[in-house]
Design a protein around this ligand. Structure first.
Ligand SMILES: NC(=O)c1ccc[n+]([C@@H]2O[C@H](COP(=O)([O-])OP(=O)(O)OC[C@H]3O[C@@H](n4cnc5c(N)ncnc54)[C@H](O)[C@@H]3O)[C@@H](O)[C@H]2O)c1
Length: 346
């Protein structure tokens, strides 16, 4: 396959981000886009907003002769689409992913993989029976600083973990999205599912399955959602692992994503001073990582896998993505039950 032909569903913040990334990849070309809103299909994306960086809403798909669909099922049926990339709101991920996998397409689904565990499991079941590859957009696994720390931690360079902290603090997303769907917890799952999932997923990815969680949460801006959450993840060996996620801060507050791993031989930090490793013997290392994003790295990798016909396995197994989803459900239960410790059901 010379160029991988991509069909993109949803022209909001993530759809625009993905479109711009594909434009820069020599191995990919966007052949079709789909959106349920006519003005967006006509090319007006001026309403698209981001909570991290600036949204790139200057797409030229109409001038570029890209096919434009109102129905995602029509895009899925297009024989000139190899990869269906799903960037619409979370509740619709499953129906389009399952349809695309049944049609034998390769599928990239933005995170969260789905709104419910039942939907997520349905997508994974369809993938197991499809010749198409499936990848969920757990972009932090591919984010250069996190990836670097992950590889060296797994290689044992830092020694055993003593404690870990992951933090993701976003300005308020009220008014950012199509139909303001983030503010309706029935659709988005609140900041707990939509934003904090990234760090729950890092916890599971770095350290394996926590046995139980204890979470506290606050409702600040959304209807019925947990907009700010703090969780302790319980492991058998008693290592302290915690994460915090919020989209409760005032508009205009800078977005922040940080972590700190205190290990036997070193402390690894992505914090205000940049990305640093503080060794116990006093050395301070500033690793040089690629100036890129996890969004770029995960799409580059997926496109290359599809082009070469090699099943993607660098960033995830479907089971590990489902595990993180199950941990978030336990976090929700813990908040709902007054910060009771909740065992995670895998
Ligand atoms: N990986 C990340 O860091 C990250 C960041 C932001 C959002 N996301 C995820 O990406 C997905 C999209 O989020 P967003 O911020 O781009 O949302 P958005 O509201 O900005 O955009 C959604 C787009 O989908 C369109 N749409 C809605 N329903 C549709 C349907 N049934 N068929 C076709 N088009 C439809 C809307 O018109 C809109 O253009 C969500 O699952 C979100 O959680 C991931």
């Amino acid at each position: 396959m010379e160029k991988v032909r991509v069909g993109l569903i949803g022209l909001g913040f993530m759809g625009c981000t993905h479109y711009s990334i594909y434009e820069g990849l020599s191995a990919a070309t966007v052949t079709a886009v789909c959106d349920c809103e006519e003005c967006r299909r006509l090319g007006d994306l001026s309403m698209v907003k981001a909570n991290i960086g600036e949204a790139n809403n200057q797409l030229h798909f109409r001038e570029q002769g890209v096919k434009v669909y109102a129905s995602a099922f029509d895009l899925v049926a297009d024989p000139e689409v190899d990869v269906v990339d799903i960037c619409c709101p979370t509740p619709d991920h499953a129906k389009y992913a399952v349809a695309a996998l049944r049609a034998g397409k390769h599928v990239f689904v933005e995170k969260p993989c789905a709104r419910t565990l039942e939907q997520a499991e349905r997508i994974c079941a369809a993938a197991r029976q499809s010749p198409g590859f499936l990848n969920f957009g757990m972009c932090v696994r591919a984010w250069p600083e996190y990836r670097y720390a992950y590889e060296r931690f797994q290689a044992g360079d830092f020694g055993a973990l003593r404690s870990a902290t992951f933090r993701r603090l976003s300005p308020d997303v009220d008014g950012n999205a199509w139909q303001n769907w983030y503010m309706d917890a029935r659709r988005s799952g609140g900041a707990l599912l939509d934003l904090h999932l990234h760090d729950t997923d890092e916890v599971v990815y770095f350290f394996g399955r926590p046995k139980a969680v204890t979470s506290a949460g606050a409702n600040i801006t959304s209807q019925g959602g947990i907009d700010h959450v703090v969780t302790i993840y319980h492991y058998d060996d008693g290592t302290l692992v915690e994460a915090e996620g919020s989209w409760g801060a005032a508009h205009g507050t800078p977005f922040e994503m940080t972590f700190q791993l205190i290990c036997e031989k070193a402390t690894v930090r992505l914090m205000s001073e940049g990305f640093k490793i503080y060794w116990k013997d006093g050395r301070v290392e500033a690793p040089q990582v690629e100036a890129s994003t996890g969004w770029q790295k995960e799409l580059e990798y997926f496109v290359e896998c599809v082009r070469q016909g090699v099943k993607p396995d660098r960033y995830q197994s479907l089971e590990s993505v489902l595990d993180a989803f199950k941990v978030v459900l336990a976090e929700q239960q813990s908040v709902d039950e007054g910060s009771r410790r909740v065992e995670v059901r895998y």
